[in-house]
Design a protein around this ligand. Structure first.
Ligand SMILES: [Zn+2]
Length: 111
């Protein structure tokens, strides 16, 4: 057996993300100029809150769909105001972009 140089690449610097299984929340950061990112859904602002230690207020949005209770929280990072933190709470029970002018209105399938 011919000896080989082993490259001991044991760099494990990956940060483990803690999972919270209590509520279906999705939080991500995006570098954006606009607060509300276009995600296909329509949102209505229903609240605003002043955040301590931050120059930017936190905005609360709600899905405009009738039977949908998904909420969205938008705030800017205090260290970098170009970063937008978006937090979704809940899941949509409908598909996005269903507010378009479609002439097909067959009615809802009720069961
Ligand atoms: Zn929705």
């Amino acid at each position: 057996m011919i000896g080989r140089w082993r490259s001991s690449a044991l760099e494990k610097n990956k940060v483990k993300v803690r999972r919270k299984l209590r509520e279906p929340r999705f939080c991500f950061q995006t570098r954006s100029d606009v607060d509300v990112l276009d995600d296909g859904y329509k949102w209505r602002k229903y609240g605003q809150k002043v955040v301590k230690n931050s120059l930017h207020p936190r905005s609360y949005y709600r899905c405009t769909h009738n039977n949908c209770r998904v909420k969205k929280r938008v705030e800017r990072l205090s260290e970098d105001c170009r970063m937008v933190i978006t937090t979704y709470e809940g899941r949509h029970n409908h598909s996005p972009c269903d507010d378009s002018n479609s002439s097909e209105n067959d009615g809802f399938t009720s069961f």
